[in-house]
Design a protein. Structure first.
Length: 274
């Protein structure tokens, strides 16, 4: 289904996440002539994509003929206070403001915008770069069903979308799916190192780990079975997998470590949003 919006989309920030979103929109058929990218120094990959499609690239945006239909804010949180106020002045009351910046609450955007402007805060993750991300999203009271549908279509260009009932859940979403890919990459790293300790050559150990983690992830994605059932299907009574799981599933094993890690990430997300 071709992605369409009624008006102009202004993308502020063409870094990793902005580029992933832009690529997804173009793949879904969004008209490049409807897109304006604002970034004073886009990375080479972003500049190449922008030039390939003839997209309007600007170092700054001081004025537009009319307010954008959608304003996507994909800049780093530490430069948000500098970048967003001028962008907010370009937005109209009907402009959908979509933020992918971590640690920035909806009320922080609303204070710069015309009262009644619809704002959506969302947390994508890095697999969005290959169209396999998942994004947690929450909107303010001014996000109508039509605006939500527009936002949903834009986010589904890079993966799955889950809508939250309250903004307070964003911190836990950040801890689970936003930061989660790093946990999986670390699992592959640790599995490879364990293989080396068991006597495998380093290159072989890391290749086995990479393919095992990525293959298991793809199986989990394609299967209708729950993770615990898939785990049980690999585990023979008193076999090799069973022996390893006795360690990993001990009281002080992986589940406890994961709970503590997610709790720490959730806490930090709340601190950054203060």
């Amino acid at each position: 289904m071709t992605l369409r919006i009624d008006g102009t989309l202004l993308l502020a920030g063409a870094g990793n996440m902005g580029l992933s979103m832009l690529g997804g929109w173009l793949d879904r058929g969004l008209d490049p002539q409807q897109i304006i990218v604002q970034d004073p120094a886009p990375p080479a990959r972003a500049r190449e994509l922008i030039q390939k499609h003839g997209i309007d690239l600007r170092a700054s945006v001081t004025e537009l003929r009319e307010p954008p239909a959608v304003l996507v804010v994909a800049v780093k949180p530490q430069v948000m206070d500098e970048v967003f106020p001028p962008l907010a002045r370009l937005a109209g009351q009907a402009t959908l403001v979509l933020s992918v910046a971590a640690g920035r609450r909806i009320e922080g955007f609303e204070q710069h915008l015309t009262k009644g402007t619809p704002v959506v805060r969302c947390i994508p993750n890095t697999p969005s770069s290959i169209g396999r991300g998942i994004t947690g999203a929450v909107g303010n009271a001014h996000v109508t069903a039509a605006k939500r549908a527009t936002c949903d279509a834009l986010l589904r260009a890079i993966g799955e979308v889950v809508w939250l009932d309250e903004e307070g859940l964003i911190d836990a979403v950040t801890a689970v799916s936003g930061s989660g890919p790093a946990y999986v990459f670390y699992l592959a790293e640790c599995l490879g190192e364990a293989g080396i300790k068991a006597g495998l050559p380093p290159a072989l150990a890391h290749k086995l780990a990479r393919w095992t983690v990525s293959g298991a992830g793809e199986l989990l994605h394609r299967s209708d079975l729950s993770p615990d059932v898939l785990r049980q299907n690999v585990t023979s009574p008193n076999g090799t997998t069973f022996a390893a799981l006795q360690v990993l599933m001990a009281d002080d094993g992986l589940a406890k470590i994961m709970r503590e890690g997610v709790a720490a990430a959730t806490k930090r997300s709340r601190e950054l949003a203060q």
